[in-house]
Design a protein around this ligand. Structure first.
Ligand code: SF4
Ligand code: SF4
Ligand code: SF4
Ligand code: FES
Length: 572
C-alpha cells in the first residue's frame, strides 16, 4: 500500500505502523515508551504525527499505516504537542543533568534540547523517593523516572523475571520492587536490560569506577585487566566508530596508557572454560550423570536458575565463568609466579554485563579473603574512563595483549554471541570423544538471533542434541519444555541477554538491532580468520595445564576453576 509521509509517497507493508514506515525512510520520530519488537502501549504520546487531512494527532508507534493516509511527522502541531509532553515531564523532574550518569545519553535531555525547551513553563511537586543502591549491579533513582513502563515490560516480557512493576496510582505512581523492598532482595537477576531501555537516568549500573581509579593511583598496587570477548567489537561505538569494528589493540593501548600494567583477554580464559566444560560434558555423557548439561557462564541465568528452577541445579555445569576463571588464575597462579602478593594485585574486569558485578562477589569467587576479581566495569563505564584520560580510541596506537595469557582461539572469541559457547564446546568435545578434529567448525544451527535454536551433531557413536536460548523469557520456555519431558537434549547453552553478551546490559547505548548484528558478525569474522579456532589448540592453555592444572577436570582444576550454586529465596 502507499502512504504519504511529509509529502513523500512511501510503500508500506500490511501490519507496519507509521513509525515503522517512517524509520525505514530515514525519518526520525522521537519515542519514549516504544520498544522495538514488542507491541506498542501508546503510553507517552511522544511519537504523535499529524494527519494532514483531519488535523488529528496520531501516535505513530501504535497506528497502523493505511492506504492513502497522509501524515506530517514534524508539523508545528506535532512539535508543539511533543514540546508540551517534555515540559510536563520536566515539571516533576530533578534539575540534575550535570550530576547525572545519563548526561549526554539521556532521551529526555536530548528531546528537551531538540524541541527547544528553554524554560520551565510548568512547575509541580517533585517526587522524593529514596535512591535504591542496594543491588550490586543496578541503581534505581525513581525521581528521574518518567513512568514510560519500558523497564517493567522488558523485565517481564523479555526476561521473564518481573522484578519491578508499577506501584500506586495517579501522582503516587512509581516503579518499585515487591513490597517496596530494595533490588537486592528482589528477584532481579542483575541483567541490566532495563537500563538499556530506560530513556533517563532512573536506572543505571552501579559504578565501580572509583575503586578502579583508586587502585590505578596507588603505587603499591599492580593493576591487571581482562576484557570480555564482545568488548573489542562494541566499545568503538562510544567513540563514533562504526559498529562491529574490532579495536582490540587500540583498547589494549588505552589500558596501558592509563596505567594498567597487564592486560589479558577474557577469551583466553573462555578457552579454559571450554576445556573444563567439554570435559564435564563428556564425563556426564559417558558416566550417565545428569543431563542435559547447562552452561554456567552467564551470571544472570545462574541466579535465575537458583531462584526459579533450582531443580535443574545438578544439571548446571560447575565451571566458573571465563571472568572468574581468569580472576582465579591471575591471583592464585600468576601473582605468585611474578612474586607479587595477591592482596596487592587489583584485577579489573571490563564486561558487557552488569550481572558480572554480582558474580564477582559470589561465594567461592575468592581465595580466603582475597577476591579473584576486584572490580567489574561495564563497556560504558570503561569508555568513560578512556575519555576521562583524554584519549580517543580512533587515534591511539595499538598494543598486543600480555603473556602468559595473551593467546586466544577463535572459539574463545565467539563466546560473546548467543550460540558461541555451544559451538566452541562442541569443537573441543568432539576431539575429547573421538580423538579426531572436527572438520567443519562452523556450526551454523546455533548461530543467529533466534530466541531458541536447536542442533544435532554426530560425534562418534553419539548424536549430540543441543539447544541454545538467549533472553531468559526464551530460556524459561525451553526449561519448562525440558522439565515436562517434551524436549530432550544433552547440552543447553543459556545466555541472559537476547543475542548474548554483544547485547549485554553494560554495552553502549547505541544498542539498536543493526549495531548488535554488526557486533555478532564481527565476532564470527574474527573466528573465521583466526589461526587457532579450537580452544584445545591454544598453546598457553596447554602450558597452564602442564605446569599447574594437570588436565581438564583434574582435582587441581576443580579446586580453582569450579564453583557451587545455592537455592535462593527472593521476594517475587
Ligand atoms: S535523567 Fe536525563 S534529564 Fe534527568 S537529570 Fe539525568 S540527564 Fe538530566
Ligand atoms: S536488571 Fe534485569 S532482572 Fe533486574 S529489574 Fe532490570 S530487567 Fe529486571
Ligand atoms: S525506570 Fe526508566 S524505563 Fe522504567 S518506567 Fe521509569 S523511565 Fe521508564
Ligand atoms: S512512543 Fe508512541 S506512544 Fe510512546
Amino acid at each position: 500500500m502507499k502512504i504519504t509521509v511529509n509529502d513523500k509517497v512511501l510503500e508500506a507493508a500490511p501490519g507496519q505502523t507509521i513509525l515503522d514506515v517512517a524509520r525505514e525512510a530515514g525519518i526520525t520520530i522521537p519515542t519514549l515508551c516504544h520498544i522495538e519488537g514488542l507491541p506498542p502501549t501508546g503510553a507517552c504520546r511522544m511519537c504523535v504525527v499529524e494527519d494532514t487531512k483531519t488535523g488529528k494527532l496520531i501516535p505513530s508507534c501504535s497506528a497502523p499505516a493505511w492506504e492513502g493516509m497522509s501524515v506530517h511527522t514534524h508539523s508545528p502541531k506535532a512539535l508543539e504537542a511533543r514540546r508540551t509532553i517534555v515540559e510536563l515531564l520536566l515539571a516533576n523532574h530533578p534539575d540534575d543533568c550535570l550530576y547525572c550518569v545519563r548526561n549526554g545519553s539521556c532521551d529526555l535531555q536530548n528531546y528537551s534540547e531538540e524541541l527547544g525547551v528553554r524554560q520551565r513553563r510548568y512547575s509541580g511537586d517533585k517526587s522524593q523517593y529514596n535512591l535504591d543502591i542496594s543491588s550490586p549491579s543496578i541503581v534505581r533513582d525513581p525521581d528521574k523516572c518518567i513512568l514510560c513502563g519500558k523497564c517493567v515490560r522488558v523485565c517481564e516480557e523479555i526476561q521473564g523475571v518481573s522484578a519491578i512493576d508499577f506501584i500506586g496510582r495517579g501522582s503516587k505512581a512509581h516503579i518499585g520492587c515487591a513490597f517496596e523492598e530494595g533490588m537486592n532482595v528482589s528477584s532481579c537477576i542483575n541483567c541490566g536490560q532495563c537500563i538499556m531501555v530506560c530513556p533517563t537516568g532512573a536506572l543505571t549500573e552501579k559504578s565501580n569506577t572509583a575503586e578502579f581509579l583508586a587502585a590505578l593511583k596507588d603505587p603499591e598496587i599492580t593493576v591487571v585487566a581482562q576484557h570480555a570477548p564482545s568488548i573489542s567489537v562494541s566499545i568503538a561505538e562510544d567513540f563514533g566508530i562504526k559498529a562491529g569494528t574490532d579495536i582490540v589493540d587500540k583498547m589494549n593501548g588505552a589500558m596501558k596508557r592509563m596505567g594498567i600494567e597487564y592486560v589479558f583477554p577474557t577469551s583466553f580464559s573462555a578457552d579454559l572454560t571450554i576445556m573444563e566444560e567439554a570435559a564435564e560434558l563428556v564425563d556426564r555423557v559417558v558416566n550417565n550423570k545428569p543431563l542435559p548439561m547447562f552452561t554456567s557462564c552467564s551470571p544472570g541465568w545462574v541466579k535465575f536458575m537458583e531462584q526459579f528452577f533450582p531443580d535443574f541445579m545438578p544439571n548446571v555445569s560447575s565451571c566458573k565463568s571465563p571472568q572468574q576463571m581468569l580472576g582465579a588464575v591471575v591471583k592464585r597462579i600468576w601473582a605468585k609466579e611474578q612474586g607479587l602478593d595477591p592482596k596487592k594485585v587489583f584485577h579489573v574486569s571490563i564486561m558487557p554485563c552488569t550481572a558480572k558485578k554480582f558474580e564477582c562477589d559470589r561465594p567461592f569467587m575468592r581465595d580466603g579473603k582475597v577476591r579473584d576479581v576486584d572490580a567489574v566495569l561495564t563497556t560504558r563505564e570503561f569508555a568513560k574512563v578512556i575519555k576521562m584520560f583524554g584519549m580517543d580510541l580512533a587515534s591511539i596506537p595499538g598494543e598486543p595483549s600480555d603473556n602468559p595469557y595473551g593467546d586466544r582461539s577463535g572459539a574463545g572469541k565467539i563466546f560473546g554471541a548467543s550460540g558461541g559457547v555451544m559451538e566452541a564446546a562442541i569443537r573441543t568435545a568432539y576431539k575429547m570423544i573421538t580423538g579426531e578434529e572436527l572438520e567443519n567448525l562452523d556450526i551454523k544451527g546455533v548461530r543467529g538471533f533466534e530466541g531458541i535454536k536447536e542442533a544435532e551433531l554426530k560425534i562418534g557413536d553419539l548424536t549430540l542434541k543441543a539447544a541454545v536460548a538467549s533472553g531468559l523469557g526464551n530460556a524459561r520456555k525451553l526449561l519448562e519444555a525440558v522439565r515436562d519431558g517434551k524436549k530432550t537434549y544433552h547440552f543447553i547453552e543459556i545466555m541472559t541477554c537476547p543475542g548474548g553478551c554483544i547485547a549485554g546490559g553494560g554495552q553502549p547505548f547505541s544498542n539498536d538491532s543493526d549495531a548488535i548484528r554488526s557486533r555478532m558478525q564481527a565476532l564470527y569474522q574474527i573466528d573465521a580468520g583466526a589461526s587457532l579456532r579450537r580452544s584445545h589448540e591454544n598453546p598457553s592453555i596447554q602450558k597452564l595445564y602442564k605446569d599447574h592444572l594437570d588436565k581438564p577436570g583434574s582435582h587441581a582444576a576443580h579446586k580453582m576453576l569450579h564453583t557451587k550454586y545455592e537455592t535462593r529465596e527472593v521476594l517475587k
